[in-house]
Write a protein that binds this ligand. Structure first.
Ligand SMILES: *Cc1c(COP(=O)(O)O)cnc(C)c1O
Ligand SMILES: [Zn+2]
Length: 405
Protein backbone atom coordinates (compact mmCIF):
# COMPACT_ATOMS: atom_id res chain seq x y z
CA UNK A 1 0.00 0.00 0.00
CA UNK A 2 1.08 3.57 -0.76
CA UNK A 3 -0.36 4.82 2.55
CA UNK A 4 -1.91 3.69 5.81
CA UNK A 5 -2.68 5.09 9.25
CA UNK A 6 -0.30 5.69 12.12
CA UNK A 7 -0.93 6.72 15.73
CA UNK A 8 0.72 9.99 16.75
CA UNK A 9 1.08 8.73 20.32
CA UNK A 10 2.04 5.03 20.26
CA UNK A 11 3.25 4.80 16.66
CA UNK A 12 1.11 1.77 15.84
CA UNK A 13 0.28 1.30 12.16
CA UNK A 14 -3.08 0.29 10.70
CA UNK A 15 -4.62 -0.04 7.26
CA UNK A 16 -6.28 3.12 5.95
CA UNK A 17 -9.93 3.69 6.86
CA UNK A 18 -11.56 7.02 5.96
CA UNK A 19 -13.18 7.72 9.32
CA UNK A 20 -10.89 5.94 11.79
CA UNK A 21 -9.25 8.86 13.54
CA UNK A 22 -8.48 7.57 17.05
CA UNK A 23 -6.20 4.76 18.15
CA UNK A 24 -7.07 2.25 20.91
CA UNK A 25 -4.52 4.12 23.08
CA UNK A 26 -6.51 7.34 22.71
CA UNK A 27 -3.94 9.01 20.44
CA UNK A 28 -4.98 10.45 17.10
CA UNK A 29 -4.39 8.51 13.90
CA UNK A 30 -3.02 10.23 10.85
CA UNK A 31 -2.25 9.18 7.31
CA UNK A 32 1.28 7.85 6.87
CA UNK A 33 2.77 7.42 3.41
CA UNK A 34 5.44 5.15 2.05
CA UNK A 35 7.75 8.13 1.57
CA UNK A 36 10.49 6.14 -0.05
CA UNK A 37 8.09 5.13 -2.77
CA UNK A 38 6.61 8.66 -3.03
CA UNK A 39 10.10 10.12 -3.36
CA UNK A 40 10.85 8.06 -6.45
CA UNK A 41 8.35 10.10 -8.49
CA UNK A 42 7.76 13.26 -6.42
CA UNK A 43 10.86 15.16 -7.48
CA UNK A 44 11.23 18.86 -8.21
CA UNK A 45 12.09 18.30 -11.88
CA UNK A 46 9.14 15.94 -12.33
CA UNK A 47 6.60 18.54 -11.17
CA UNK A 48 6.93 20.97 -14.07
CA UNK A 49 4.57 19.29 -16.46
CA UNK A 50 1.95 18.34 -13.91
CA UNK A 51 -1.65 19.47 -13.53
CA UNK A 52 -2.09 22.97 -12.05
CA UNK A 53 -4.18 21.82 -9.12
CA UNK A 54 -3.42 20.34 -5.71
CA UNK A 55 -3.46 16.90 -7.33
CA UNK A 56 0.02 17.59 -8.72
CA UNK A 57 1.08 16.15 -5.33
CA UNK A 58 -0.96 12.97 -5.72
CA UNK A 59 1.80 10.87 -4.12
CA UNK A 60 1.04 12.61 -0.82
CA UNK A 61 -2.75 12.35 -0.96
CA UNK A 62 -4.72 9.36 0.34
CA UNK A 63 -6.35 8.31 -2.93
CA UNK A 64 -5.02 5.27 -4.74
CA UNK A 65 -6.67 5.57 -8.16
CA UNK A 66 -6.93 8.76 -10.19
CA UNK A 67 -10.41 7.72 -11.37
CA UNK A 68 -11.62 8.42 -7.82
CA UNK A 69 -10.43 12.03 -7.77
CA UNK A 70 -13.23 14.58 -7.44
CA UNK A 71 -11.85 17.85 -8.76
CA UNK A 72 -13.07 21.32 -9.68
CA UNK A 73 -9.57 22.70 -10.27
CA UNK A 74 -8.62 23.43 -6.63
CA UNK A 75 -5.25 24.66 -5.48
CA UNK A 76 -2.25 26.12 -7.31
CA UNK A 77 -3.40 29.55 -6.13
CA UNK A 78 -1.27 32.66 -6.66
CA UNK A 79 1.30 33.79 -4.14
CA UNK A 80 1.13 37.55 -4.41
CA UNK A 81 4.09 39.72 -3.36
CA UNK A 82 3.21 42.99 -1.60
CA UNK A 83 6.54 44.70 -2.26
CA UNK A 84 5.59 48.18 -1.09
CA UNK A 85 4.02 46.98 2.13
CA UNK A 86 7.06 44.82 2.82
CA UNK A 87 9.26 47.88 2.44
CA UNK A 88 6.99 49.99 4.68
CA UNK A 89 7.09 47.34 7.39
CA UNK A 90 10.78 46.63 7.03
CA UNK A 91 10.26 43.01 6.01
CA UNK A 92 12.46 40.96 3.71
CA UNK A 93 9.34 39.78 1.87
CA UNK A 94 5.58 39.86 2.38
CA UNK A 95 3.37 37.61 0.32
CA UNK A 96 -0.28 36.68 0.35
CA UNK A 97 -1.39 33.18 -0.56
CA UNK A 98 -4.60 33.93 -2.47
CA UNK A 99 -6.79 31.05 -1.34
CA UNK A 100 -9.92 33.02 -2.30
CA UNK A 101 -9.16 31.94 -5.89
CA UNK A 102 -10.20 28.37 -5.18
CA UNK A 103 -13.48 26.87 -6.43
CA UNK A 104 -16.24 28.00 -4.01
CA UNK A 105 -13.98 30.91 -2.97
CA UNK A 106 -12.06 29.43 -0.05
CA UNK A 107 -9.25 26.99 0.78
CA UNK A 108 -11.96 24.61 2.04
CA UNK A 109 -12.13 23.43 -1.58
CA UNK A 110 -8.85 21.57 -1.02
CA UNK A 111 -10.21 19.64 1.93
CA UNK A 112 -13.51 18.93 0.21
CA UNK A 113 -11.79 17.68 -2.95
CA UNK A 114 -9.71 15.22 -0.93
CA UNK A 115 -12.54 14.19 1.42
CA UNK A 116 -15.00 13.53 -1.41
CA UNK A 117 -12.34 11.64 -3.37
CA UNK A 118 -11.68 9.40 -0.36
CA UNK A 119 -15.43 8.95 0.06
CA UNK A 120 -15.80 7.96 -3.57
CA UNK A 121 -12.93 5.50 -3.32
CA UNK A 122 -14.64 3.85 -0.34
CA UNK A 123 -18.16 3.83 -1.74
CA UNK A 124 -19.52 6.39 0.75
CA UNK A 125 -22.30 8.37 -0.89
CA UNK A 126 -24.13 10.35 1.82
CA UNK A 127 -21.95 12.97 3.42
CA UNK A 128 -22.77 15.30 6.29
CA UNK A 129 -20.88 18.35 7.50
CA UNK A 130 -21.09 20.97 10.24
CA UNK A 131 -19.48 24.25 9.32
CA UNK A 132 -19.38 28.00 9.77
CA UNK A 133 -20.06 28.18 6.05
CA UNK A 134 -17.12 27.66 3.72
CA UNK A 135 -16.51 23.99 4.50
CA UNK A 136 -20.20 23.30 3.89
CA UNK A 137 -20.40 25.13 0.57
CA UNK A 138 -17.20 23.41 -0.59
CA UNK A 139 -18.53 20.00 0.47
CA UNK A 140 -21.80 20.77 -1.29
CA UNK A 141 -20.04 21.66 -4.55
CA UNK A 142 -17.76 18.62 -4.54
CA UNK A 143 -20.62 16.31 -3.59
CA UNK A 144 -22.54 17.71 -6.54
CA UNK A 145 -19.53 17.11 -8.77
CA UNK A 146 -19.30 13.51 -7.51
CA UNK A 147 -23.04 12.90 -7.79
CA UNK A 148 -23.33 12.34 -4.05
CA UNK A 149 -25.79 13.56 -1.46
CA UNK A 150 -24.65 16.30 0.93
CA UNK A 151 -26.25 17.38 4.20
CA UNK A 152 -25.06 20.74 5.52
CA UNK A 153 -25.66 22.02 9.05
CA UNK A 154 -24.67 25.61 9.82
CA UNK A 155 -25.08 27.99 12.75
CA UNK A 156 -28.15 30.14 12.12
CA UNK A 157 -26.16 33.39 11.96
CA UNK A 158 -23.85 32.23 9.14
CA UNK A 159 -23.45 34.61 6.17
CA UNK A 160 -26.53 34.39 3.95
CA UNK A 161 -24.48 34.27 0.76
CA UNK A 162 -22.70 31.11 1.90
CA UNK A 163 -25.90 29.40 3.03
CA UNK A 164 -27.43 30.24 -0.35
CA UNK A 165 -24.37 28.69 -2.04
CA UNK A 166 -24.98 25.39 -0.21
CA UNK A 167 -28.56 25.40 -1.42
CA UNK A 168 -27.52 26.20 -4.98
CA UNK A 169 -25.10 23.26 -5.07
CA UNK A 170 -28.00 21.06 -4.09
CA UNK A 171 -27.05 20.24 -0.49
CA UNK A 172 -29.82 19.46 1.99
CA UNK A 173 -29.12 22.59 4.02
CA UNK A 174 -30.30 23.28 7.55
CA UNK A 175 -29.51 26.03 10.05
CA UNK A 176 -28.83 25.10 13.67
CA UNK A 177 -29.70 27.21 16.67
CA UNK A 178 -26.22 27.19 18.21
CA UNK A 179 -22.53 27.13 17.31
CA UNK A 180 -20.48 24.86 15.04
CA UNK A 181 -20.04 22.16 17.70
CA UNK A 182 -23.83 22.10 18.29
CA UNK A 183 -24.23 21.39 14.57
CA UNK A 184 -21.62 18.65 14.94
CA UNK A 185 -23.56 17.08 17.82
CA UNK A 186 -26.69 17.00 15.66
CA UNK A 187 -24.79 15.01 13.02
CA UNK A 188 -23.35 12.59 15.59
CA UNK A 189 -26.85 11.97 16.94
CA UNK A 190 -28.24 11.18 13.48
CA UNK A 191 -25.20 9.51 11.95
CA UNK A 192 -26.16 5.85 12.41
CA UNK A 193 -29.80 6.26 11.53
CA UNK A 194 -29.01 8.34 8.44
CA UNK A 195 -25.93 6.45 7.30
CA UNK A 196 -24.03 9.70 7.08
CA UNK A 197 -20.30 9.86 6.36
CA UNK A 198 -19.35 12.69 8.72
CA UNK A 199 -16.68 14.95 7.21
CA UNK A 200 -16.53 17.61 9.96
CA UNK A 201 -13.09 18.92 10.99
CA UNK A 202 -10.74 16.01 11.82
CA UNK A 203 -13.60 13.47 11.74
CA UNK A 204 -12.06 11.80 8.69
CA UNK A 205 -8.66 11.95 6.97
CA UNK A 206 -9.37 13.61 3.64
CA UNK A 207 -9.78 17.21 4.70
CA UNK A 208 -6.56 17.67 6.67
CA UNK A 209 -4.63 15.87 3.91
CA UNK A 210 -6.17 18.11 1.26
CA UNK A 211 -5.28 21.23 3.24
CA UNK A 212 -1.75 19.89 3.48
CA UNK A 213 -1.32 20.87 -0.16
CA UNK A 214 -1.20 24.55 0.92
CA UNK A 215 2.14 23.76 2.52
CA UNK A 216 3.41 21.71 -0.42
CA UNK A 217 2.45 24.43 -2.86
CA UNK A 218 3.98 27.19 -0.79
CA UNK A 219 7.29 25.33 -0.76
CA UNK A 220 7.26 24.77 -4.50
CA UNK A 221 6.21 28.35 -5.30
CA UNK A 222 9.02 29.70 -3.11
CA UNK A 223 11.63 27.56 -4.82
CA UNK A 224 11.74 25.10 -1.87
CA UNK A 225 12.73 27.82 0.56
CA UNK A 226 10.01 28.34 3.15
CA UNK A 227 9.31 31.74 4.77
CA UNK A 228 10.35 32.66 8.31
CA UNK A 229 6.77 33.20 9.47
CA UNK A 230 3.35 31.99 8.32
CA UNK A 231 0.32 33.87 9.63
CA UNK A 232 -2.83 31.79 9.45
CA UNK A 233 -6.42 32.52 10.58
CA UNK A 234 -7.25 29.56 12.77
CA UNK A 235 -10.53 27.87 13.60
CA UNK A 236 -10.62 24.08 13.85
CA UNK A 237 -6.92 24.00 13.07
CA UNK A 238 -6.70 21.53 10.22
CA UNK A 239 -5.03 24.13 8.00
CA UNK A 240 -2.07 24.43 10.35
CA UNK A 241 -2.06 20.73 11.19
CA UNK A 242 -2.07 19.90 7.48
CA UNK A 243 0.66 22.37 6.54
CA UNK A 244 2.91 21.23 9.35
CA UNK A 245 2.54 17.67 8.10
CA UNK A 246 3.44 18.88 4.61
CA UNK A 247 6.68 20.38 5.89
CA UNK A 248 7.60 17.18 7.75
CA UNK A 249 7.00 15.11 4.63
CA UNK A 250 8.93 17.51 2.37
CA UNK A 251 11.81 17.35 4.78
CA UNK A 252 11.72 13.54 4.87
CA UNK A 253 11.74 13.58 1.07
CA UNK A 254 14.78 15.86 1.09
CA UNK A 255 12.94 18.60 -0.81
CA UNK A 256 13.48 21.22 1.90
CA UNK A 257 15.99 21.69 4.70
CA UNK A 258 16.80 24.21 7.39
CA UNK A 259 14.40 25.76 9.87
CA UNK A 260 10.66 25.45 9.37
CA UNK A 261 8.48 28.57 9.53
CA UNK A 262 7.19 29.90 12.85
CA UNK A 263 3.45 29.29 12.68
CA UNK A 264 1.15 32.04 13.93
CA UNK A 265 -2.54 31.45 14.70
CA UNK A 266 -4.70 34.53 14.43
CA UNK A 267 -8.18 34.56 15.95
CA UNK A 268 -10.84 37.16 16.63
CA UNK A 269 -11.05 38.48 20.18
CA UNK A 270 -14.62 37.26 20.69
CA UNK A 271 -13.56 33.60 20.32
CA UNK A 272 -9.85 32.91 20.69
CA UNK A 273 -9.25 29.63 22.55
CA UNK A 274 -6.03 28.86 20.65
CA UNK A 275 -4.54 32.35 20.80
CA UNK A 276 -5.47 32.59 24.49
CA UNK A 277 -3.91 29.22 25.32
CA UNK A 278 -0.73 30.18 23.49
CA UNK A 279 -0.51 33.40 25.47
CA UNK A 280 -1.23 31.80 28.83
CA UNK A 281 1.09 28.87 28.16
CA UNK A 282 -1.66 26.41 29.05
CA UNK A 283 -2.11 23.03 27.44
CA UNK A 284 -5.81 22.71 27.73
CA UNK A 285 -7.99 24.43 25.14
CA UNK A 286 -11.09 25.46 27.00
CA UNK A 287 -14.52 26.19 25.64
CA UNK A 288 -15.06 29.84 26.32
CA UNK A 289 -18.19 30.72 28.22
CA UNK A 290 -19.39 33.46 25.94
CA UNK A 291 -18.65 33.67 22.25
CA UNK A 292 -19.08 37.19 20.93
CA UNK A 293 -17.28 37.13 17.58
CA UNK A 294 -19.22 37.09 14.32
CA UNK A 295 -19.57 33.83 12.36
CA UNK A 296 -16.31 33.36 10.46
CA UNK A 297 -14.09 30.34 9.91
CA UNK A 298 -12.15 31.38 13.02
CA UNK A 299 -15.16 31.00 15.34
CA UNK A 300 -14.51 27.52 16.74
CA UNK A 301 -14.80 27.57 20.53
CA UNK A 302 -13.93 23.89 20.90
CA UNK A 303 -11.27 22.80 18.37
CA UNK A 304 -11.46 19.01 17.95
CA UNK A 305 -7.71 18.51 18.44
CA UNK A 306 -6.58 21.69 20.16
CA UNK A 307 -3.72 19.84 21.84
CA UNK A 308 -2.12 18.86 18.56
CA UNK A 309 -2.59 22.38 17.28
CA UNK A 310 -0.91 23.92 20.33
CA UNK A 311 1.92 21.39 20.13
CA UNK A 312 2.59 22.38 16.52
CA UNK A 313 2.49 26.11 17.20
CA UNK A 314 4.96 25.64 20.06
CA UNK A 315 7.25 23.24 18.21
CA UNK A 316 7.50 25.77 15.40
CA UNK A 317 8.44 28.58 17.79
CA UNK A 318 5.17 30.24 16.83
CA UNK A 319 2.56 32.20 18.71
CA UNK A 320 -1.11 33.17 18.84
CA UNK A 321 -2.67 36.59 18.37
CA UNK A 322 -6.23 37.70 18.96
CA UNK A 323 -7.36 40.80 17.11
CA UNK A 324 -10.37 43.10 17.42
CA UNK A 325 -13.17 43.54 14.90
CA UNK A 326 -11.90 47.08 14.26
CA UNK A 327 -8.43 45.75 13.43
CA UNK A 328 -10.02 43.17 11.12
CA UNK A 329 -11.96 45.91 9.32
CA UNK A 330 -8.74 47.90 8.89
CA UNK A 331 -7.01 44.80 7.59
CA UNK A 332 -9.71 44.25 4.97
CA UNK A 333 -9.25 47.84 3.81
CA UNK A 334 -5.47 47.57 3.70
CA UNK A 335 -5.49 44.35 1.70
CA UNK A 336 -8.29 45.76 -0.45
CA UNK A 337 -5.99 48.63 -1.39
CA UNK A 338 -3.47 46.06 -2.53
CA UNK A 339 -6.16 44.57 -4.80
CA UNK A 340 -6.75 41.55 -2.59
CA UNK A 341 -10.33 40.55 -1.83
CA UNK A 342 -9.81 39.76 1.83
CA UNK A 343 -12.34 37.81 3.85
CA UNK A 344 -12.52 38.73 7.55
CA UNK A 345 -10.18 35.80 8.22
CA UNK A 346 -7.62 36.98 5.67
CA UNK A 347 -7.96 40.51 7.03
CA UNK A 348 -7.25 39.18 10.52
CA UNK A 349 -3.84 37.95 9.34
CA UNK A 350 -2.97 41.49 8.31
CA UNK A 351 -4.01 42.71 11.76
CA UNK A 352 -1.94 39.97 13.38
CA UNK A 353 1.05 40.89 11.22
CA UNK A 354 0.91 44.53 12.33
CA UNK A 355 0.78 43.49 15.98
CA UNK A 356 3.78 41.18 15.63
CA UNK A 357 5.85 43.71 13.69
CA UNK A 358 5.01 46.39 16.28
CA UNK A 359 6.00 44.16 19.18
CA UNK A 360 9.21 43.10 17.47
CA UNK A 361 8.20 39.41 17.44
CA UNK A 362 8.64 39.59 13.69
CA UNK A 363 12.11 41.04 13.11
CA UNK A 364 13.22 43.39 10.32
CA UNK A 365 14.17 41.52 7.17
CA UNK A 366 12.07 38.44 7.90
CA UNK A 367 10.04 36.79 5.16
CA UNK A 368 6.34 36.49 5.94
CA UNK A 369 3.40 34.79 4.22
CA UNK A 370 -0.21 35.65 5.04
CA UNK A 371 -3.08 33.34 4.10
CA UNK A 372 -6.15 35.02 2.64
CA UNK A 373 -8.33 31.97 3.18
CA UNK A 374 -11.50 33.23 1.53
CA UNK A 375 -13.11 35.88 -0.64
CA UNK A 376 -14.71 39.02 0.81
CA UNK A 377 -17.71 38.52 -1.47
CA UNK A 378 -18.95 35.64 0.62
CA UNK A 379 -19.39 37.91 3.65
CA UNK A 380 -20.75 41.04 2.05
CA UNK A 381 -24.20 42.21 3.12
CA UNK A 382 -27.05 41.58 0.71
CA UNK A 383 -27.82 45.29 0.75
CA UNK A 384 -24.96 47.72 0.93
CA UNK A 385 -25.46 50.39 3.56
CA UNK A 386 -23.65 53.72 3.38
CA UNK A 387 -23.17 53.81 -0.39
CA UNK A 388 -25.24 56.56 -2.02
CA UNK A 389 -27.97 55.86 -4.57
CA UNK A 390 -28.97 58.42 -7.23
CA UNK A 391 -31.18 58.62 -10.33
CA UNK A 392 -29.01 60.57 -12.80
CA UNK A 393 -25.77 62.47 -13.35
CA UNK A 394 -27.11 65.77 -12.03
CA UNK A 395 -28.04 64.15 -8.73
CA UNK A 396 -24.68 62.42 -8.49
CA UNK A 397 -22.86 65.71 -9.19
CA UNK A 398 -24.81 67.51 -6.49
CA UNK A 399 -23.96 64.77 -4.03
CA UNK A 400 -20.32 64.83 -5.09
CA UNK A 401 -20.10 68.57 -4.50
CA UNK A 402 -21.78 68.23 -1.12
CA UNK A 403 -19.36 65.54 -0.02
CA UNK A 404 -16.41 67.63 -1.23
CA UNK A 405 -17.51 70.42 1.09
C1 LIG B 1 -12.40 27.26 7.99
C2 LIG B 1 -11.78 28.58 7.78
C3 LIG B 1 -10.68 29.00 8.55
C4 LIG B 1 -10.11 28.20 9.67
O1 LIG B 1 -9.35 27.14 9.18
P1 LIG B 1 -8.96 25.87 10.06
O2 LIG B 1 -8.11 25.08 9.17
O3 LIG B 1 -10.25 25.20 10.40
O4 LIG B 1 -8.27 26.36 11.27
C5 LIG B 1 -10.10 30.22 8.22
N1 LIG B 1 -10.58 30.99 7.22
C6 LIG B 1 -11.64 30.62 6.49
C7 LIG B 1 -12.14 31.52 5.41
C8 LIG B 1 -12.28 29.40 6.73
O5 LIG B 1 -13.33 29.06 5.99
ZN1 LIG C 1 -1.94 4.62 19.69
Amino acid sequence: MRFGLQCRRCGKQKPFEPAKTTCACGGSLQVAYDLERAGRTLRTDALHGRVHSMWRYAELLPVERSAHIVSLGEGWTPLLALEERARDLGLGALQVKCEERNPTGSFKARGASAALSVARAHGLRRIAINSNGNAASAAAAYAARAGMEAFAFLPADCPGAIVAECVQYGARTCLVDGLIHDAGRLIREGRDEQGWHFIGTLQEHGRAEGKKTMGLELAEQLGWRLPDVIVYPTGGGSGIIGMWRAFAQLRALGLIDGDLPRMVSVQAQGCAPIADAMRSGGNYVPLRGVVTSPPTGMRVPLPPDGEQLLAILRASGGTGVSVSEAEIADGARELGRCGVSASPEGAATWAGLLRLVDSGWIAPGERVVLFNTSHSGKYLPWRMEGVPCVKNYAAWRKLDQESAR
